[in-house]
Design a protein around this ligand. Sequence first.
Ligand code: PBG
Length: 332
Amino acid sequence: MIQRPRRNRLNPAVRELIRETAVRPTNLVWPAFVQEGSNLRVPIASMPGVSKLSVDQLVADCQRAFDLGVPAVALFPALDDSLKSSDGKESVNPDGLLQRAVTELKKKIPAMLVVTDVALDPYSCDGHDGLVRAGKILNDETLPLLAAMAVSQAEAGADVVAPSDMMDGRVEAIRRALDDAGFEDVLICSYCAKYASAFYGPFRDALNSAPKAGDKKTYQMDPANAREAIREIMLDEEEGADWLLIKPGLPYLDIIRLTREHSALPVAAYQVSGEYAMLKAAAAEGWLDYESCLMESLTSLRRAGADIIFTYGAIDAATILRGAGFAAGRRV
Ligand code: PBG
């Protein structure tokens, strides 16, 4: 035999030397849930290991993540139902929970990037990402609200605003509003291809943000479609997005690859709540090894073309990576 592919897998030194894809803590964004109160960590039942954190606890965990090399946190506020309204006006309250959390984080850990979510759902009593009238999700009427929300987040200190609402034209509306307010250095991470996925279930439990009526299929994309993603990629790029995010992650590796091939912008993948919950649930049964499967899934997202990965396992992964290092001299 002349061709023996196994020679390239002979030992750790050979394998490390020819490895094509690496996951580094610096590739990761840690999504975190913030709530009112102090010294509070409220576990989310469907996301073992993830809690809703009061601001002081959030700062402590972000410091841990940052010290492990994770450069960014993505914040999601868990609001009391009494603050939710049909126009989501709490989203622009300068003293709102999210705004206070952002300001405190930037004060305590100035070098860590804070990413904020732009969408109405955590603030809306309808549980939709846009304004609802007579069962219809309004597009153009929602845009000024999203733009105002992004400006409010930037005023609080957000480095990156991440519209996850899938309204048409929102990246341009947000870019204009940010620039008009003097925030031309605030980045936009656009959820450009966000699918109408059942994998968001645990996240909606955490925020109690599931739609009260109907579903999100008139704005989030049909899981059956890939060509449609190309159109979204091109529009968001034209409208001024700095990063393109694909969501969910592992079930949509082909879309991540497609995005990588159709744009020169950095590509982000979001390993969503349901993906994380699956790993944790199987591990709890003793059916999968959580750490190995987490690292394998992150490697796969990187191999598909993601520069950046949003993952609830960011702190776990960074901890694992710290212990790994170059392994050729050791048996791994
Ligand atoms: C809503 C939003 C969702 C997620 C992030 N932003 C849920 C949804 O669209 O219903 C999901 C994240 C996850 O499941 O981890 N704007």
